[in-house]
Write a protein that binds this ligand. Structure first.
Ligand code: SAM
Length: 336
């Protein structure tokens, strides 16, 4: 196909290609053309004058008959390295916190060009922080938004990533929790976020009731929308502090999910209060590698004993590595 291009002597081709990539103007759906002396770099739009002046002086505008790329190039083919990113719905989150803005923009442009399912590229400006476990983002390229819909195990979760917590990294963990739940169980999801535990188990396990609590009003707004979106039954969505809400559901839960790994230990009295005799707490924590489970189990046991209850440890697991020598762990523990 005939296309406008930059004709450039071969030895100047690579710097010109990089500049066109930076300007988001290299058409990577077409193969770069060549003859004995020149490269022909296809353009996806008209080159602006100031862009032309940035190119090596030998660069000329020309026409060339290009062939389409047979195998779409990967980001690695174009960039020379594989950019680290996490895909949430149609949003790519760049993972390298040391990127300068120019490099971030270049990666973003390549991701948008090579993956038609990516519409927005975001760069986190902060780690996950605060009570609501949020991050600030910069929109690097693409549609200027932080809201997306993520699909996981046949469910869809709408979330504004800047206003409510969500990570696809716990998807395996969420599906694993399912194996503990039986039809007719009552489940309390103390820190429900936009609903990925509550909705998945309500859809696939027929619990008699799921109480899904979150303190972040925006998370609960999405939770309610996601319940409808997924036609999930028997979920009560509550905006509130899990500690306060626990008093209203004391002694009712067959399962209590405590997915607030940095602070779950502060809510153990409430989790014990919620659990019916023989009910199970799914406790998440962040622990050092030399004390993965012991201190957490001690805290749970102490909370149970304070309430005149006993514990039986059912399972201890590392969910994922979180930071050097720090692990996200889960303990399944029966409260008798
Ligand atoms: N379970 C969800 C998920 O997997 O996406 C969300 C987990 S996120 C780590 C923890 C959630 O707990 C956040 O949505 C936050 O707003 C909520 N939260 C923090 N403190 C809370 C409290 N005192 N009571 C209820 N929710 C709380």
């Amino acid at each position: 196909m005939e296309r406008q291009c930059i004709k450039i002597p071969k030895k100047k081709g690579e710097p010109a290609r990089r500049i066109l990539l930076d300007f988001e103007i290299l058409d990577i759906s077409l193969k770069i053309g060549s003859d004995e002396s020149f490269l022909y770099l296809p353009l996806s739009r008209e080159l602006l004058l100031h862009e032309l002046t940035e190119l090596p002086a030998e660069a000329k505008l020309a026409e060339f008959n290009f062939e389409p790329q047979k195998n779409k190039p990967t980001p690695e083919d174009i960039l020379g390295f594989s950019p680290a990113y996490e895909l949430i719905g149609d949003v790519a989150l760049l993972e390298d916190s040391d990127l300068d803005s120019q490099k971030a923009l270049r990666i973003a442009y390549v991701l948008l060009q090579t993956h038609s399912n990516i519409k927005t590229v975001l760069r986190p400006l902060t780690p996950v922080i605060g009570e609501f476990r949020l991050r600030d983002f910069e929109v690097v390229a693409g549609e200027p938004r932080t809201e997306t819909v993520h699909r996981e195990y046949g469910c869809r979760y709408k979330v504004d990533l800047a206003k409510a917590y969500f990570t696809p990294r716990l998807s395996t963990e969420r599906s694993r929790i399912l194996s503990w739940i039986k039809e007719g169980d009552v489940v309390v999801d103390m820190f429900a976020g936009v609903g990925p535990y509550s909705i998945l188990l309500a859809k696939s396990k027929k619990p008699s009731k799921v109480v899904a609590i979150d303190k972040n009003p925006v998370a609960v707004h999405y939770l309610i929308e996601n319940i409808t979106f997924n036609s999930a039954k028997n979920i009560e969505a509550i905006e509130g502090d899990a500690r306060e809400e626990a008093k209203k559901f004391a002694g009712t839960a067959d399962h209590v999910i405590m997915n607030l790994p940095h602070n779950a230990y502060e809510f153990l009295d409430s989790a014990v209060l919620l659990t019916k005799p023989g009910g199970i707490i799914h406790y998440y924590g962040m622990t050092p590698e030399d004390d993965l489970f012991e201190s957490s189990i001690k805290l749970i046991r102490e909370a149970a004993e304070k309430a005149g209850r006993q514990v039986e440890v059912l399972e201890e697991r590392v969910v994922r590595s979180y930071a050097p020598h720090q692990y996200n762990i889960c303990i399944e523990i029966r409260i008798i």
